[in-house]
Design a protein around this ligand. Structure first.
Ligand code: IPM
Ligand code: MN
Length: 396
């Protein structure tokens, strides 16, 4: 056997530009395979909204089980195609992204927000810089299986695994008349606890908030108004007692949107319920140079999938235009996760070399995609980062 360890990676390119950035994600895995004794057997699974329009299925039967049981880790490009809606009104392709989040119980959506040197943030003007790059470096943990998404997540997972579709109990709303649509927002103690605990554990591995070096976990909720958020905050306080050396911080989601824009250096790790995390991390992406820079990991106790935060960007599809860094950094997160899970320091080291290759590439500044002020293509950036990585790996 050529490889000391072999990993089976499921690659789900999905829709639109997801297909292009998946190629760059695979290029990074191939580069690692070429220069080390770690092999990555990649299985490409066509899926998504466009696939649904063409074939009548969101992905081939057995894909959910393959990803759950056979793959060591999963990469997802993007889901979403114009006009691709299921007969029940749900997002076509939802079985893939939401089905895996709920069906594999991937309770933590981990979204680092970091401004690299050479990258202009996008708070005002087009390509301006008001912070030192090091001043934006936080990790947001979005709860990923409950909250406002709960019903849709459950429906998607049931569809993906062939169970009868879940429908929430009928609720009554006195005082409202006519047609009513609603999404229950259940938040559980158990679901909150495991997410918050992971937040405190991640804080242990980081260097603290950029502003003052303090290890800090911020609980962002709307507990002045919502019961689910009151439970989330109560659980935060319970979990925090196990981490006496970590600073605690609290904020309401509405105020938080101001504070991360005005004082991003205050934040180290942020924990927040599902929909708030969805919204806040798109805002957070602005602080790190845009959606093309935003990577993420959907993590549970046994399985995980890694995806750029951005969508399928249909208007750019097929143009070799979008920024692949979010996908490359998602692969960096994949190897970090695999390394920690398997106690393999080698993978952790390779993961940090991917990060360094990205940092070097961005600092060099010669090959940037349009969103960062350049005119390089998606594949040119991917090739350049892979070449830098190959160089670093060959010197080991
Ligand atoms: C995200 C996306 C998804 C979400 C969509 C595609 C269902 O916006 O990953 O943030 O809402 O969670
Ligand atoms: Mn989103």
């Amino acid at each position: 056997m050529r490889f000391m360890s072999d990993y089976r990676i499921a690659v789900l390119p999905g829709d639109g530009t997801g297909k292009e950035v998946a190629v760059e994600a695979m290029r990074i895995l191939n580069t690692v395979q070429e220069h080390t004794n770690h092999g990555f057997e990649q299985t490409i699974i066509p899926c998504g909204g466009e696939h649904y329009l063409n074939t009548g299925e969101e992905w081939a039967e057995g894909s959910f089980e393959f990803c759950r049981d056979e793959a060591d880790a999963i990469f997802l490009g993007a889901i979403g195609h114009p006009g691709a809606v299921l007969p029940n009104g749900d997002l076509a392709g939802g079985s893939v992204i939401l089905g895996m989040r709920s069906g594999f119980d991937l309770y933590a959506n981990v979204r680092p927000i970091k401004l690299y040197e050479g990258v202009p943030h996008k708070v005002h003007g087009k390509f301006t810089q008001i912070w030192e790059p090091g001043m934006v470096d936080m990790t947001v943990l979005r709860e990923n299986t409950e909250g406002l998404y709960h019903s849709l997540l459950r429906r998607s997972a049931d569809r993906a695994s062939g169970r009868d579709p879940y429908e929430p109990v009928e609720m009554k709303f006195p005082g409202l008349e006519g047609e009513i649509a609603y999404d229950p927002r259940p938040i559980s103690q158990k679901g909150s606890e495991r997410l918050i605990r992971m937040g405190f554990e991640i804080a242990e591995t980081r260097n603290g908030a950029p502003g003052d070096g303090e290890k800090r976990v911020s609980c962002i909720d709307k507990s002045n108004v919502l019961r689910g958020c009151q439970l989330f905050r109560k659980t935060f306080d319970q979990v925090a007692t196990s981490y006496p050396n970590t600073s605690l911080d609290y904020g309401y989601i509405d105020a938080f949107t101001q504070w991360i824009t005005r004082n991003p250096e205050h934040y180290d790790v942020v924990v927040t319920p599902n929909m708030f995390g969805d919204i806040a991390t798109d805002l957070g992406a602005v602080l790190q140079g845009g959606m093309g820079m935003a990577a993420s990991a959907n993590i549970g106790d046994s399985q995980a999938f890694f995806e750029p935060v951005h969508g399928s960007a249909p208007k750019y599809a097929g143009l070799n235009k979008v920024n692949p860094i979010a996908s490359i950094n998602s692969i960096q997160m994949m190897l970090d996760w695999l390394g920690r899970k398997q106690g393999n320091d080698d993978l952790l080291m390779i993961s940090s070399l991917i990060d360094q290759s990205v940092a070097d590439h961005l600092k060099d500044g010669r090959l940037l995609t349009y969103d960062l002020g350049g005119d390089a293509g998606c594949s040119h950036v991917g090739e350049s980062v892979a070449a830098r990585l190959g160089e670093k790996l060959s010197q080991l």
